[in-house]
Design a protein around this ligand. Sequence first.
Ligand SMILES: [Zn+2]
Ligand SMILES: [Zn+2]
Ligand SMILES: [Zn+2]
Ligand SMILES: [Zn+2]
Length: 293
Amino acid sequence: MTTRSDDFQEIEDETLSSWEVFDADNCSIMHRCSSLDPSTMDEATRTKMQLLTSIKNETGLDSQDYKCSRCNSFIGLIFGGYNVCNFDGCYYCSGCHDNGKFHVIPARLIHNWDSTEYAVCHENMKFLAMIKSEPLFDISKLNPSLYNTVPEMGEAKRLRLQMNQIKKYLSCCDDNDAVVAIERKILSRLYLWEDASVYSLQDLIEVSNGKLIEQLRSVVQLAMQHIKSCKRCWQKGYICELCRSEEVIFPFQLDLAITCPLCNSVYHQQCKKGIACRKCSRKTARALQEFQI
Ligand SMILES: [Zn+2]
Ligand SMILES: [Zn+2]
Ligand SMILES: [Zn+2]
Ligand SMILES: [Zn+2]
């Protein structure tokens, strides 16, 4: 039986370095290097990016000098009808916003878990469609209280933490066909394995309607079945050093096992209650002994 190898730590470090942090106002948006690179982004797109995480209210037609926010034609008063875009809080002429297109507003979903579709102008609809699948939102930074107040988000977090642990097994497995079949279950959204708190707008919408949870559950189930039946993965399981029972346990069994955050040893939760980690205690004792010599 092997214990967790150092390869696992290396895999974690690689994963982190492939992400960049983009600070917009008071919030952090994590994103992969893609078409949304902040260094090459124009001012209008940068403003829209900031609106993704802050709720914008109307400021009155006079703040726009009675002109459409996009085409500058006169609106309001005697000039003609206008509509408000719920994404940027701005006013638009009926040509630029006909009140006929509706979309979930990302900031309302992130801050109020409001998945209602609101009227959005044509241009902002295009922007929302462009960013919809990008893993932009780090919920642990933007609104971690969602994990406690929204049961679906708590469940999604738990499943993704399991996936994060499972990925370390799959990365070391030589049964390529099995690994590809498991990864294919979440199609192109491979980031779902990597960082448990990063979501795209599409993911958050799918958490709210239950679709993503269902998908993550089936991925975790399939991967767990593989690990239990694959010789190489199974060998990377752990034996609880506290009870020394023959049961092989895994760090992704979140109901059963607990992992020491310092040395990554895995124990039964029941056995570990109030007891110090054996491996860490041995390490401390050895260090003390060396100090006394
Ligand atoms: Zn217009
Ligand atoms: Zn395997
Ligand atoms: Zn035990
Ligand atoms: Zn330890």
